[in-house]
Ligand binder design. Structure first.
Ligand code: ADP
Ligand code: MG
Length: 697
């Protein structure tokens, strides 16, 4: 397919298609609804539904689905056909406005953290007209929100839309203060860079750990890893290139602006970056991107691994959430701008982000906490579990000069005069250090780098939007009531820098010394998921989310429980998979090899009784003692898993137990198994090694 513009978005019921197929009045009414976030009138919905159905049927669809994002983090769909019977006994293809607006999936099997049990048994889905409908594999997909009949939110889209709304409201108040009456909407924008691994399908099929858990639970380090750094931006292999080409085509048809593709640091690791979109669309698109990556890989006899840490000792996969705020007039509010007026406004928005990140470190940290991501954060390739912010030397210096009322670049930084040249032009920081920062300013946007590769970006963006909306609200409250705007603005910016500069760190985030310094600065260091997640329901966080009507207290507590349970379930599945592999594959492999070596020694002795068989005996003895150690570790792991049941019903305690005991026992068993793998004969080993997997595509 060479004519990209022709098929780009060809599977999307987008603005262009709507303009073409909807009566003018209907189109206008729909746009108005989207813009004002109102409920769609049923007569309008009927016309839209019919046009949507005609369009989809022309493209070969027979079914539609309400496509939604339950709290599992992946997307869900239940297919219904357009077929309706007529009075005459025939059939027609029909789709009503009612069916478009509202669907009723059987919600009982989606996690709700007890919400549905407490309130209503059923949930419903409601069309989100701000994200376009699209066709995926012959099915018309309608992006929807998912709620319970009691009004409780059961998905990730609804709170995301609410958080965007909260930020819009507060950002507009600030813009009014700067006299910007031309702006009437502020949206948050996101570009999510996605990392992933590709492995050969045949090899994947031989590894229970990859099949059940998405990561390798065993595996000795291969002779060659990523130390030569020859993979990053290296030549792309033909099989991978064919995959990328097809993936791009599929994504382009869905209107997803996949732009760059390159190899990553680790062998077999790659990255895809889209052009940014508003947070809602970017979230839908990232979910679709992950889904298509998995599907297209299988067509090329490969498997796409989206786990955060598929291989120990090799870089894991993350997702970079590039975030900014943009006005409907096309201005990026995180762009320092060229005029002093823009400069002052920029500094205020920047201060809101600084204050938000400092005051809600815990929320940002827990928004990316999963069992899989625990392997990355704090390990050697990703940002540490400590949240800090990179601004670059120039910008940091400007803030400091301003705080201390001293000179910067030969200019007295005393008063931020709106209308007088204040900020010198500062270049983008060109150093590479921001690669180690969890939250880096990259010239006109922030890059939140702590996300794991498989995570839905909804959670982190709900958090970002809400905490920044909160700070903007505080700023607006203060400034709107000030007698002298300019004076108040100066005071506010200076005060914010003084009180929150501890969160700014431009050094190397991987450095041990930084962890000590961070502790001295009083920054939080939540090292694992159970430890981070309990803070969701801290009083200050409940206050924040309820105040901005993002979540109710009940919703927060139930979400916290769901995420804790998720953690425990993940570790439990991993531990059970490990036990199965240990008992059914690894121990038998070790015994076979011991027997082979013993038999060799026996045979040799029979032939020549004088032979000492020293090496065979050493090998048998070494393998035997390792096998014996492994046997003990396996029993200990089994016991740890068994004892976890004692905490049934106590989600927090159970998650902490899984971390402290089960996960710890897994690590110990693995260490011994990997040692056996290193010395056992290759043909005895029951599954492909790291070398096979990493260099086998
Ligand atoms: P790099 O990080 O390699 O310098 P870019 O800065 O161009 O590359 O972009 C990285 C990602 O950030 C891309 O997905 C891009 O679309 C996204 N991005 C760029 N500008 C914005 C913005 N204003 N808001 C959100 N995301 C953005
Ligand atoms: Mg990046």
């Amino acid at each position: 397919m060479s004519n990209v513009p022709e098929y780009f978005g060809s599977m999307v019921f987008n603005d262009e298609v709507m303009k073409e197929r909807l009566p003018k009045e209907t189109y206008k009414a729909l746009k108005k609804t989207v813009y004002e976030g109102k409920v769609l009138d049923i007569s309008v919905a009927n016309v839209v539904a019919n046009a949507m159905k005609d369009w989809a049927v022309e493209k070969g669809c027979t079914h539609y689905t309400h496509w939604f994002q339950p709290m599992t983090g992946i997307t869900a769909e239940k297919h219904d056909s357009f077929i309706s019977s007529t009075d005459e006994g025939g059939i027609i293809m029909a789709f009503s406005g009612k069916e478009l607006i509202k669907g009723e999936p059987d919600a009982s099997s989606f996690p709700s953290g007890g919400l549905r049990a407490t309130f209503e048994a059923r949930g419903y889905t409601a069309w989100d007209p701000s994200s376009f409908a699209f066709i995926k594999e012959g099915v018309l997909c309608i992006p929807t929100a998912f709620c319970s009949y009691g009004g409780q939110v059961l998905d990730k889209k609804t709170p995301l839309l609410r958080s965007m709304e909260a930020l819009n409201t507060q950002a507009l108040r600030i813009l009014r203060l700067f006299g910007r009456t031309d702006v009437n909407r502020v949206v948050t924008t996101v570009g999510a860079e996605q990392e992933y691994f590709l492995v050969d399908e045949e090899m994947w099929k031989q590894r229970k750990d990859l099949i059940y858990t998405g990561r390798t639970l065993f595996g000795a380090k291969p002779p060659k890893g990523q130390e030569m750094e020859d993979h990053y931006f290296g030549a792309i292999k033909p099989r991978v290139q064919a995959f990328m080409t097809e993936l791009n085509e599929e994504l382009w048809k869905l209107g997803i602006l996949a732009k760059t593709e390159h190899n990553e640091v680790a062998p077999a690791q790659h990255e895809l970056a889209p052009i940014f979109a508003d947070s809602n669309l970017a979230t839908d698109h990232n979910q679709l991107t992950m889904e298509m990556m998995k599907k297209v890989a299988r067509r090329h006899k490969m498997v796409c691994l989206l786990h955060e840490k598929p291989f120990a000792g090799v870089n894991g996969s993350g997702k970079h959430n590039n975030w900014a705020m943009s006005t409907n007039t096309g201005i990026n509010l995180l762009d320092p701008g060229k005029t002093p007026h823009e400069n002052a406004q920029f500094l205020l928005f920047l201060c809101a982000v600084i204050k938000a990140v400092d005051e809600y470190q815990d929320l940002l940290r827990l928004s990316v906490a999963t069992a899989g991501n625990d392997h990355r954060l704090g390990a050697n390739e990703a940002p540490p579990a400590v949240v800090s912010m990179f601004l670059g030397d120039e910008l940091t210096d400007i803030l400091k000069s301003f705080e201390e009322k001293r000179e910067y670049n030969g200019r007295e930084m005393v008063e931020l005069e709106i209308g007088v040249d204040v900020l010198p032009h500062f270049p983008r920081d060109t150093t590479d250090r921001n690669r180690t920062s969890p939250f880096a300013f990259t010239g006109n946007k922030f890059e939140f780098r702590m996300l794991g590769s498989s995570l839905s970006i909804a959670g982190p963006n709900i958090t970002l939007n809400t905490i920044i909306a909160e700070e903007l609200e505080q700023f607006a409250d203060y400034l709107e009531n000030a007698d002298d705007f300019k004076k108040a603005l100066n005071h506010l910016i200076r005060k914010t820098i003084r009180e929150h500069k501890r969160i700014i760190f431009n050094g190397n985030g991987y450095d041990e010394a930084w962890l000590r310094e961070a502790q001295e600065r009083g920054l939080s260091n939540l090292t694992c998921t159970p430890e981070a997640m309990v803070h969701f329901s801290d009083e200050k966080n409940i206050k924040l989310f309820t105040k901005h009507r993002i979540f109710t207290e009940v919703e927060i507590r139930s979400r916290q429980d769901i995420m804790m349970e998720n953690y425990s379930k993940t570790i439990n599945i991993e531990a059970l998979t490990m036990l199965e592999m240990l008992r059914k594959e690894i121990m038998p492999a070790a015994y076979s090899y011991i027997r082979e070596v013993s038999e060799t020694a026996n045979a040799a002795k029979t032939l020549c009784p004088d032979i000492t068989c020293e090496s065979e005996l050493k090998m048998v003895s070494r393998l035997s003692s390792l096998a014996s150690a492994l046997y003990t570790k396996t029993d200990l792991l089994e016991k740890a898993v068994h004892d976890a049941h004692e905490y049934e019903g106590q989600v927090t305690k159970q998650a902490q137990y899984y971390h402290d005991y089960v996960f710890a026992a897994m690590q110990e068993a693995r260490a011994v198994a990997d040692e056996i793998e290193m010395i056992a004969g290759e043909k005895y080993w029951p599954y492909p090694t790291y070398g096979d997997l990493l260099f086998g595509v």
